[in-house]
Design a protein around this ligand. Structure first.
Ligand code: ZN
Length: 145
């Protein structure tokens, strides 16, 4: 597995630090593996944060909404990736993943996705899997391009 142990260690360390400085935290369950996860939350009622993050237990991406002392998590793949068109998909990947080095990333990604358009489903899947390995399997499978 990819550096999950490191991710877990880093996540817990930054949550611990947040807490030490008086920040609120909460536990919630990963919508994929069901493991209990710790998260930072806003410390005031009026704030709400939403993020796409990686579960430090199973490595799956999910979407979470953090409000003071409370976190609600959703399966990203189910409601975000499905039904996206290619522009939305490009934007979504671009927003959520680091691809190449920043200045070139957008153009590079567009070229990659453009190139993938002419392929059949299996070819496309294999190709995208190789070029953007940081995007989870389930998402690439669900977006027919
Ligand atoms: Zn998980």
């Amino acid at each position: 597995m990819r550096d999950l142990e490191k991710l877990k260690k880093d996540s817990l360390a930054s949550i611990e630090k947040w807490k030490r400085h008086g920040g609120f935290i909460a536990t919630y369950k990963c919508p994929f593996c069901g493991e209990e996860l710790l998260s930072t939350t806003p410390s005031t009622e009026k704030d709400e944060w939403d993020t796409i993050c990686t579960c430090y237990e199973c490595g799956t991406l999910h979407y979470k909404v953090q409000s003071k002392g409370y976190v609600e998590a959703f399966q990203t793949e189910a409601f975000q990736a499905a039904g996206m068109n290619d522009l939305e998909f490009t934007q979504w990947i671009y927003n959520n993943y680091t691809i190449g080095d920043n200045s070139m990333a957008r153009e590079l990604l567009e070229n990659v996705l453009d190139y993938a358009k002419g392929m059949n489903e299996t070819e496309q899947y294999t190709f995208l899997r190789r070029i953007i390995p940081q995007v989870p399997d389930g998402i690439i499978r669900k977006v027919s391009y």
